[in-house]
Design a protein around this ligand. Structure first.
Ligand code: FAD
Ligand code: 3HM
Length: 372
């Protein structure tokens, strides 16, 4: 009998869990090391477009994701009170887009990981890896594997230990992300995603996103050089002056929320020997297309599929990058342009440039959902 192949994975975020599940589904054993003492998602809400939903279906997490996520009726951009674009979504013939809390998505993926027997270790910090296939932990252990995955996020220690050439960029804007109760904002237009922009007195933006029956996610964009607007606690007067219709929810935030600047990381190569870098550790991008996690889980699944089609892990990693990288590069550079130009204020371009990833049928998935 041949021994099953084994993966050691740093980071139990969306990329790490997706990698582990997809490998396990293909006969590998997979162990995921999470530096935090608990397995949970950080941040507020998340958009998962059609491409990501197909990946979740292939990972066996789609049914749990559907149950409790929000299917908005449309996507509107409203700038200085005027509707600049509107597209129906989630209706026959239109793109699918589910919005949900990060914790909801995380729980669905965690359950899928547990069902297929992924091994999860908490309080286990990775400090590096070797191209020969060892994961190095903070406690001094060196774990041998057929494949090592650095899915340890934008500050990846696995990536940095390999000294892969990298380009980094930060932008002029960032987001306060916050969850609150929807309050009176329900039904009719309030069941849309509405991208509110104010461009006159000061540039501000609220991506209004219902995330469930009662839960609202707001991604509140403020420039780095506007400290009164990017401060926590959120100043309800500054934000309500720009977006009066949202006053009922803006006054409920108290000290909730966190401000993070947009950033991007581009790696020259996503692998070294038997080590793959997956997710934000390889390709963090501004959130303007809401595809960071989408690309992360597409690439995680694509990597597992490539191991089935090749004889060696090194061949699999080469095939994987050839096949998956162009779409991620395109998405990342388009997201970066949108972040730099703030051009989403003039409406969402519902075209193949911005939505190429959303419209893509990912490697390892099928068009028909198994769990509709
Ligand atoms: P992470 O989620 O960062 O996970 C990394 C994991 O590794 C964490 O659990 C961390 O604790 C752990 N870790 C870190 N260091 C170590 C270590 N040394 N050892 C072990 N474990 C470690 N994407 C979308 O698809 N849709 C959206 O709507 C969307 N909105 C976004 C909004 C904002 C404001 C931002 C900033 C991003 C958004 N994204 C979105 C992108 C998305 O959040 C990321 O692409 C995604 O979380 C990346 O997943 P990951 O698993 O690669 O990294
Ligand atoms: C989900 C999402 N989409 C877009 C942005 C943005 O353009 O800043 C932020 C988000 O959280």
């Amino acid at each position: 009998m041949t021994r099953s192949r084994h993966a050691e994975i740093a980071g139990a975020g969306f990329a790490g869990l997706a990698s582990a599940i997809a490998l396990r589904q293909r006969g590998w054993t997979a162990r995921v090391h999470e530096s935090n003492p608990e397995l949970r998602a950080f941040g507020a809400g998340i958009f998962i477009w059609d491409n990501g939903l197909h990946v979740l279906d292939s990972l066996g997490a789609y049914r749990d994701v559907l149950d409790g996520a929000f299917a908005c009726t449309g996507y509107e951009t409203r700038t200085d009170g005027v509707t600049r674009s509107f597209e129906p979504v989630n209706s026959p013939g239109s793109l699918r887009l589910l919005t949900m809390t990060r914790q909801h998505l995380y729980q669905a993926m965690l359950s899928a990981a547990r069902r297929v027997g992924v091994e999860l270790v908490t309080s286990s910090e990775a400090i590096g890896a070797t191209p020969e296939g060892e994961l190095l932990l903070a406690d001094g252990s060196r774990l041998k594997a057929d494949l090592v995955i650095g899915a340890d996020g934008v500050k990846s220690k696995v990536r940095d230990s390999l000294q892969l050439p990298m380009e980094r960029k930060a932008y002029q804007d960032g987001l306060i992300r916050v969850l609150t109760d929807r309050g009176p904002l329900k039904g009719g237009e309030w069941d849309r995603v509405i991208d509110f922009w104010a461009t006159r007195e000061r540039t501000l933006r609220i991506l209004y996103t219902p995330c469930g029956e009662n839960t609202l996610y707001m991604a509140m964009m403020a420039p780095l050089n506007d400290p009164a607007a990017n401060a926590i606690p959120v100043d309800p007067e500054i934000w309500s002056a720009a977006f009066p219709a949202l006053r009922p929810v803006l006054t409920t935030l108290a000290d909730r929320g966190r401000y993070d600047l947009y950033e991007k990381t581009v790696l020259k190569t996503w692998s070294s020997g038997k080590v793959a870098i997956v997710g934000d550790s390889a390709h963090a991008m501004p959130p303007t297309l809401a595809q960071g996690a989408g690309c992360a889980i597409m690439n995680a699944l694509g990597l597992a599929v490539a191991t089935e089609e090749t004889d060696t892990v090194e061949e699999a990693l080469a095939l994987w990058q050839r096949r998956e990288r162009p779409l991620t590069d395109h998405t990342q550079s388009r997201a970066a342009e949108l972040a730099a130009s703030r051009s989403l204020a003039s409406g969402m371009a519902w075209d193949d440039v911005g939505l190429r990833a959303a419209r893509h049928l990912p490697t390892g998935t099928v068009a028909e959902f198994s769990a509709a």
